[in-house]
Design a protein around this ligand. Structure first.
Ligand code: ACO
Length: 425
């Protein structure tokens, strides 16, 4: 909404819009028409691409709110199903609403059986994210009755399907790479318990869900559920802005999330901790991270928005201890991680650049203790982020100001010139 103030650019005034909290924004929609100039903002560091009521981040203060609720409170007291409902519907559900929502999601967890054949087209050593991009994109070929984006009911069904099927898709991607039979969903289990069973269970044996592991993984899902207009969410919105169907949009989000600067960072962080291996080697890696001539960065450190401790990393650090204790595992990498964090946070380079551990720094240690191979880490992130993606996508489609996303550019190529025949070049 416009707050009545304005800012002068050239000889024109441009309205300033205020949200419920956070920085105001300058409404430059008429800038090009008035001045013939674009704005230049690679990486969108100063650009608000949309209005949104889902998630608020104050990176300087280390605050993350979903529909107003602090992430720490949600991680402590809520469940992934409840947070999913909150993100999709705007309010926390009452008991009846939550039961109904959980029931609906549970009843959508199976995949069209023909998709099992689709998996078999991949090489066994395919990365789970490659498989997930393919399978999720292919859902639009199987669920034609939920691809009309102008129909709110179909949008809701597609959203429920995506949230419900993602654990099945991710677990099947894992089972395929290790050559074990797919395990079908079991409706008596929770969302997260069901995922654990589909991933680690085998048809030959009864699988008993460990409640500490179930709670820890559910919490990891909550911590990854949404994160404002990050790269993959913006990708989903941009893909969706053309009217593409939701399954195609989420496949685009998965592709973006795969990158090491985004969702791939937890895999990269654990690989880095393994490479460091022993606390004595930490100073060498800190020196490398600071060396301008070395491309190495401390993975799991730094964030585009947080210039303070990532509030999700605080919950993660606590969860690592719980899981390691419950599973009776001593992981030397956790000590390496704790000492690396301590040393980096005392180092002037990291202090000056405001580089703190992010959500990915500790998540790898937990997931590895639970038994997930590193290649599955980003797949788990995609599974959890699906709710944020669909909630943001729904919000965008319902926004009357929504237009196809079409950034402009500062052109630096050749100016117009005449074609020269090949024998004259
Ligand atoms: N290690 C060492 N130096 C770093 C690190 C790091 N992890 N992160 C940033 N820096 C330095 C940069 O070299 C740069 O230095 P300079 O100003 O001297 O050139 C400065 O800090 C700013 O870095 P940018 O890359 O410009 O910051 P940006 O906001 O674009 O990047 C990013 C954020 C991509 C997350 C970055 O911190 C990074 O690469 N971190 C490691 C990867 C990672 O953990 N990603 C997960 C992000 S969280 C998520 O996606 C869920």
């Amino acid at each position: 909404m416009t707050d009545g103030t304005s800012i002068k650019i050239g000889d024109r005034d441009y309205g300033v819009m205020s949200g419920s909290t956070g920085p105001d924004v300058i409404d430059i929609r008429k800038l090009y028409a008035n001045t013939g100039m674009f704005t230049y903002d690679p990486g969108f560091t100063s650009t608000a691409s949309c209005e949104s009521g889902l998630t608020f981040i104050d990176g300087d203060e280390g605050v993350l709110l979903h529909r107003g609720y602090p992430i720490g409170q949600l991680a402590e007291h809520s469940s992934f199903m409840e947070v999913s409902y909150l993100l999709l519907n705007g309010e926390l559900p009452n008991k009846e609403e939550l039961d109904k929502f959980s029931y609906t999601i549970t009843r959508h967890t199976m995949l069209h059986e023909q998709l099992a054949t689709f998996y078999r087209g991949f090489r066994r050593d395919a990365h789970p994210m490659a498989v997930m991009c393919g399978i999720v994109g292919a859902l639009s070929a199987f669920y034609h009755d939920s691809t009309d984006i102008t129909d709110p009911y179909q949008r809701m069904v597609a959203s429920h399907r995506l949230i419900a099927k993602m654990p099945t898709i991710a677990a099947m991607a894992y089972k395929y790479t290790i050559g074990q039979p797919f395990v079908y969903p079991k409706n008596s289990l929770s969302y997260t318990g069901n995922f654990l069973r589909m991933t680690f269970g085998v048809p030959a044996e009864e699988y008993v869900v460990n409640p500490v592991v179930e709670r820890a993984l559910d919490r990891i899902f909550i911590l990854h559920a949404d994160h404002e207009q990050n790269a993959s969410t913006s990708t989903v919105r941009l893909a969706g802005s053309s009217g593409a169907n939701p399954f195609a949009c989420i496949a685009a989000g998965i592709a973006c999330l795969w990158g090491p600067a985004h969702g791939g960072a937890n895999e990269a962080a654990l690989n880095m901790l393994r490479e460091i291996g022993r606390p004595e080697r930490i100073p060498e890696y800190i020196a490398r991270a600071k060396d301008k001539n070395d491309p190495f960065r401390l993975m799991g450190f730094g964030h585009r928005v947080y210039k303070n401790y990532d509030p999700r990393a605080t919950v993660m650090q606590k969860t690592v201890r719980e899981v390691l204790t419950a599973l009776n595992v001593t992981d030397p990498l956790f000590d390496v991680a704790l000492q690396l964090e301590e040393m980096a946070l005392k180092d002037d380079y990291f202090i000056e650049k405001k580089l703190f551990p992010n959500v990915d720094f500790y998540s790898g240690v937990i997931l590895s203790a639970i038994g997930f191979p590193t290649t599955m880490f980003t797949a788990l992130f995609a599974l959890a982020r699906t709710v944020g993606w669909v909630a943001q996508w729904n919000e965008m489609i319902s926004d009357p100001d929504q237009k196809i996303g079409r950034p402009r550019q500062l052109y630096t190529g050749p100016v117009q010139r005449d074609y020269v025949a090949v024998d004259k070049r």
